[in-house]
Design a protein around this ligand. Structure first.
Ligand SMILES: C[S@@+](CC[C@H](N)C(=O)[O-])C[C@H]1O[C@@H](n2cnc3c(N)ncnc32)[C@H](O)[C@@H]1O
Length: 262
């Protein structure tokens, strides 16, 4: 069983709520509680979307068909607000350095575009920063107050721990810009990742039978898209918020039960 490579004793999981089916494990926990239980170098890659520290009243999101401020839409539903930005960076850096002992090769973090360079600066002596990837939303949300440009892209940083060959097949696919539409989310979460944002990594960085972790798995969209494009990949998700964790299980179960994922 693939999990015995990851945890020295699978009964460790019994202290958490978790869901395990075939190649997907989702744990309801603070990722810091789980990371230290994972065997060193037992996970191949990490693709994740950390909290951005933007759960405030200044940014808007579309929630159940209406535009609301992030805090009105999501309130305390998920932890996304640190009073002090430096505390947030310490928190994220410490988790990332712990992860370095566990994850052998590639890492992809989706991060707030304003500060992504700051994160790269913090990790520069610990990892090889490979590239920034741009995800262009071809139908961005309208900006009703008309006092700024419409938010039309997301950014992620790809960094690595140890060398591993990349599956690049054509020059065209090697551009670090990807385009797609937003709006038709399969699962409800403000930070849902669309399949065109995850597919490039499945095709290039991941390999058959890899073990991949998303330490902030939310609705499960990253795990779902990885699994959709490669059924042999084993996915571990960790989500702290019980309500979101439970909805992610419902989401994953519903797509697994459909059998036809495409
Ligand atoms: C930006 S969202 C990720 C959303 C995800 N990409 C999706 O598609 O739904 C970050 C998630 O991390 C969770 N979270 C925050 N702190 C956490 C922690 N210490 N350990 C695990 N999950 C955490 C939040 O509850 C939230 O659901």
């Amino acid at each position: 069983m693939w999990l015995s490579n990851v945890f020295s004793d699978n009964s460790i999981l019994e202290k958490f709520n978790y869901y395990l089916e075939d190649n997907i494990l989702i744990i309801n926990a603070d990722c810091r509680e789980v990371l230290y239980l994972i065997n060193n170098n037992s996970v191949d890659c990490c693709i994740t979307d950390p909290p951005y520290n933007i759960g405030d009243s200044k940014k808007y999101t579309k929630y159940k068909g209406n535009f609301k401020t992030n805090d009105n839409a999501w309130g305390d539903l998920y932890q996304d607000f640190w009073e002090n930005q430096d505390d947030y960076w310490d928190w994220l850096l410490n988790i990332t350095l712990e992860l370095k002992n566990k994850v052998k090769y590639h890492y992809v973090y989706f991060l707030d575009r304003t500060y992504i360079g700051h994160f790269n600066y913090l990790i520069r002596n610990h990892f090889e920063i490979k590239n920034l990837l741009v995800f262009i939303k071809t139908n961005p949300i309208p900006h009703f107050r008309k006092n700024n440009f419409r938010s039309s892209f997301e950014l992620s940083v790809w960094f690595s721990n140890n060398y591993r060959e990349i599956n690049f097949t054509s020059q065209d696919y090697m551009k670090n810009i990807f385009e797609g539409t937003i709006g038709n989310k399969k699962f409800e979460h403000p930070n849902y990742k669309y399949d065109w944002m995850i597919k490039p990594f499945v095709l290039t960085l991941l390999k058959d039978n890899d073990i991949v972790i998303d330490i902030f798995s939310g609705s499960g969209s990253i795990l779902y898209h990885i699994f959709k494009y490669n059924h042999t990949i084993r996915c571990i998700g960790i989500e702290k918020n019980k309500e979101i964790y439970e909805s992610s299980i419902k989401n994953i179960k519903s797509v697994l039960s459909q059998k036809i994922l495409f």
